[in-house]
Design a protein around this ligand. Structure first.
Ligand code: ZN
Ligand code: ZN
Ligand code: ZN
Length: 139
């Protein structure tokens, strides 16, 4: 599906900033807003960081982007939305990797006590040291 169709499918107007941000996110990874803004600016004449925030929140609400915010990190956005995947985060350098659901569909983990809630998501973050941080000598 083209980016234009993705936007129209979700009831969003097609605008150049939205297309630029979708294109940046399609490059993969988990990106900070400033990084997305810098890359979008290389595709558009000029766009404010506030406009990028607005685009990202519209895309997130529409299910075209996902926002994650591991403890100690800035908010990060990715285009892999809607599959409830999880993340592994490096304690040393903050590197992030995607981890597929371990068991089945969301919420994929059942709480031992649901307190009467209908549970629809389990946000799981695996913490550890990435390969390059493991190779660094201890300071
Ligand atoms: Zn690391
Ligand atoms: Zn991810
Ligand atoms: Zn899962």
């Amino acid at each position: 599906m083209s980016p234009e169709e993705l936007l129209r499918n979700r009831g969003l107007r097609v605008t150049r900033p939205r297309l630029a941000v979708l294109e940046v996110l399609a490059g993969g990874g988990h990106l900070e807003v400033e990084e997305i803004a810098a890359q979008a600016r290389s595709k558009l004449d000029s766009v404010s960081t506030q406009a990028i925030y607005d685009v990202l929140s519209a895309l997130s609400r529409a299910g075209l982007a996902r926002r994650i915010e591991p403890a100690g990190s800035a908010a990060l956005y990715e285009n892999r939305a809607g599959d409830n995947h999880h993340h592994v985060v490096c304690r040393g350098c903050g590197a992030i990797g995607d981890v597929d659901c371990v068991v089945g569909d969301a919420p994929c983990l059942e709480p031992s006590a649901a307190h009467g809630f209908v549970i629809d998501e389990a946000e799981v973050t695996f913490w550890g040291l990435c390969a390059s941080c493991q190779a660094k000598p201890e300071i």
